[in-house]
Design a protein around this ligand. Structure first.
Ligand code: 0RQ
Length: 498
């Protein structure tokens, strides 16, 4: 059956008000670009005529501005899951800007595909998938991310393939596409080593559902901010800690697979691990493969990476395409329910490293909310990895906003990762090892090893006030730091007597 090629505008016309639309991509990587733009235009046209037009947006993780930004600015989003990082969408989610509020479900990324299949979100009407290849028998080869693509392609009534001519067809073979059987028939995933493959190199779809839109639009990857003094220290602290753990025999000599979150700090941590002579060549089992991973593969420091997306700067992406035959041997891209699967994380003994917004002195972590109220990005994959990791680390600078915020507080204002899952905390000042310690000892360890020296006396003062109980939390003053920031502009003015 011959493939049907249409324009992006014609494709957008297939999307109706109220539809649930599943998009490819995981971060900006692998996201469709031209069809979302036209859907946003369509929404504006309908709104101008006085007609409603909003859709439910489902992706693997966050999406590029071409998708989340365009749709949010056009007031075209009624619902969003499972993660986002876009400033216009964030402002709509927090009901803070000029755009209509968006209903946002912040989810563990590994769970979205199965919950769509369970029917928790209703039908998926349309799928919009960026691909580097599509064949007449319905084989779709994604580009630099997989996300929830296999599930939304299977369930959607219509599949719009955005065929990106910039992504080489030779990407075929890099993906490992596997979709779970759902309970009660689920079996174990036969991945016992990071590089094992269990699926197909393409997504198979009924060709009758497919229409194709061609584009050659470039990616949206920005270059990382160079490592600064604080991030470099955090990176060195992590690398030295892991090297010492190996020396002490608590990490095998062959090392263990690493998961690292997104952003500048995560990139700096990987960089420091690459520089550390005591850390051997290792594997990566993660969701987002960042710039540092590709460099470290070329330097012989990383032997293999399993992930869901190649979230790299455009510069790195073009290098990756140029040297595809080298990287193809060392990399696999999987659906998010596999790349982030907690069972595999536990089986493979993954060391998880994620970034916190704030951490309390008992080891609970807030990864998502500012002052307990406003959504930053979302929990992303951090929970998928943290709870099941061999060893779970959280990294954060000790202070934010020029020192007016301490990232170490008496109590977190929103709890994403509890003390039960968080084992190691690292700031630019040092490493707090929470293993084998109860709440009183944890608090001392975190204050002395990680908090900024300016805030240590205040945190000790807080701790002294309440000596009783398993967790010496004073529920009347535990938010004194946040109250001081909101009322005076600095946590340094925290007053526990009020
Ligand atoms: O704001 O840019 O306005 O100054 O938060 O902080 O230090 O630049 O760190 O970019 O790595 O983001 C947790 C948000 C960190 C991210 C978080 C302010 C600070 C700055 C960003 P400005 P930094 P990063 C893999 C795993 C959850 C999801 C996850 C994240 C801004 O890492 O979203 O881990 N993680 N996924 O000034 C108020 C505080 C603050 C604060 C920092 N205590 N209070 N503001 N900031 N601490 C990815 C995926 O799942 C795909």
């Amino acid at each position: 059956m011959a493939l049907k090629f249409i324009s992006a505008q014609e494709a957008a016309a297939l999307v109706k008000n109220g539809d649930n639309v599943g998009f490819s991509g995981f971060t900006h990587a692998g996201c469709p670009k031209v069809v979302p733009f036209e859907i946003a235009n369509r929404a504006r046209e309908e709104h101008a005529k006085g007609n409603p037009f909003k859709i439910g947006v489902f992706t693997g993780a966050s999406a590029g501005d071409a998708l989340d930004g365009n749709l949010a600015r056009a007031n075209a989003v009624k619902f969003r899951a499972p993660y986002q990082t876009n400033k216009d969408l964030r402002s709509a989610i927090n009901n803070a800007g000029e755009h209509d509020p968006v209903e946002y479900t912040d989810m563990h990324l590994s769970q979205l595909a199965q919950e769509i299949r369970y029917g928790f979100f209703g039908d998926i009407d349309v799928a919009v998938i960026e691909a580097c290849q599509v064949s007449e028998n319905g084989e779709i080869v994604p580009t630099t991310a997989v996300g929830i693509t296999p599930t939304v392609c299977r369930l959607a009534k219509k599949v719009i393939v955005e065929l990106n001519r910039q992504a080489p067809e030779e990407l075929r073979g890099i993906h490992d596409i596997y979709e779970f059987q759902d309970p009660p028939n689920r079996r174990e995933i036969a991945i016992y080593k990071v590089a094992d493959r269990v699926g197909l190199p393409y997504v198979k779809v009924d060709p009758a559902k497919i229409v194709v839109v061609e584009t050659d639009r470039d990616g949206e990857g920005k270059t990382f901010t160079p490592v600064d003094e604080v991030t470099a220290k955090i990176g060195d602290n992590v690398a030295n800690f892991l090297a010492a753990e190996m020396k002490a025999g608590r990490i095998p000599k062959t090392f263990l697979p690493i998961q690292s979150g997104v952003g500048n700090i995560a990139n700096a941590v990987l960089f420091s691990m690459g520089e550390n002579k005591d850390i051997p060549c290792f594997e990566v089992f993660t969701e987002v493969i960042q710039d540092a991973v590709l460099d470290m593969m070329q330097q012989g420091k990383i032997s293999f990476a399993s992930g869901c997306s190649l979230t790299v700067s455009n510069e790195q992406l073009h290098k990756f395409y140029r040297e595809l035959s080298f990287f193809k041997e060392k990399l696999v891209l999987r659906p998010s329910e596999i790349s982030n699967n907690p069972g595999l994380v536990r089986r493979l003994g993954v060391i998880a490293m994620n970034t916190a917004i704030e951490v309390d002195i008992f080891g609970n972590v807030n990864s998502t909310h500012i002052m307990g109220t406003n959504m930053m990005n979302g929990i992303g994959g951090s929970g998928d990895f943290t709870r099941s990791a061999y060893l779970s680390l959280f990294v954060t600078p000790s202070i934010a906003k020029g020192g007016n915020i301490s990232c170490f507080v008496p109590k977190v204002t929103h709890e994403d990762h509890s003390e039960h899952s968080v084992k190691i905390i690292v700031s630019e000042y040092g490493v707090a090892d929470l293993r084998g310690k109860g709440p009183h000892e944890r608090a001392k360890e975190i204050i002395e090893k990680c908090a900024h020296p300016d805030y240590r006396p205040l945190l000790h003062e807080y701790l002294k006030r309440q000596q009783k109980g398993h967790t010496p939390q004073d529920i009347y003053t535990c938010f004194a730091f946040h109250k001081a920031f909101l009322e005076t502009g600095s946590m340094k003015n925290a007053d526990f007597s009020k």
